[in-house]
Design a binder for this molecule. Structure first.
Ligand SMILES: [Zn+2]
Ligand SMILES: [Zn+2]
Length: 167
């Protein structure tokens, strides 16, 4: 923990924890790493010629106490850690969608509308959505066997002849 909250941006005098200080009303003088802190209105006055503000005034503020400052630092560190964590999660997610992950998607492999149209045309029957994951699993099973068949032939391409009917 530093000895004091900030130093005055004009005269470099320390602004103690818990002390009152002044900030410029202009937002660009308050924000980020270039934020300005003034020990007095005179010191605030001194920055005006450099900044050429159209309209500005000194705002009185109170520096956090040592304990408050430490709390703020801890909160900021926690926030930074959390956003770093979120970044890692997002990166992992994009890896999976790019095919780099270990998770093999268990999604629908059937064109549902065409399947329903086929059943309707063939039989006039309706089709329950419940058959879609079941059929997808069957297709996955057929693909897995076809992959094995291609692999045992030393091929890197699955061919039509690798796909064998179940019965
Ligand atoms: Zn000063
Ligand atoms: Zn300013």
């Amino acid at each position: 923990m530093p000895e004091h909250f900030k130093v005055c941006s004009t005269c470099r005098k320390p602004i103690a924890f818990g002390a009152s200080y002044y900030q410029c009303s202009v937002s660009t003088c308050q924000r980020g790493k270039t934020a300005l802190y003034f020990c007095s209105v005179e010191c605030w006055d001194a920055h005006l010629p450099m900044m050429r503000h159209r309209e500005a005034w000194a705002e009185s503020a109170r520096a956090p106490t040592g304990a408050e400052w430490e709390l703020q630092q801890a909160e900021e560190a926690a926030r930074a850690a959390k956003s770093a964590e979120e970044r890692i999660v997002n990166e992992n997610e994009s890896n999976v969608s790019a095919g780099g992950g270990a998770d093999i998607p268990q999604e629908v492999l059937i064109v549902v509308s065409k399947l329903k149209a086929y059943i309707k045309a063939k039989s006039g029957m309706n089709t329950s959505d419940g058959i879609v994951p079941v059929l997808s699993d069957i297709v996955r099973g057929l693909c897995d066997r076809a992959i094995e068949s291609a692999r045992s032939d030393g091929r890197k391409t699955v061919l039509d002849r690798d796909v064998k009917p179940t019965s």
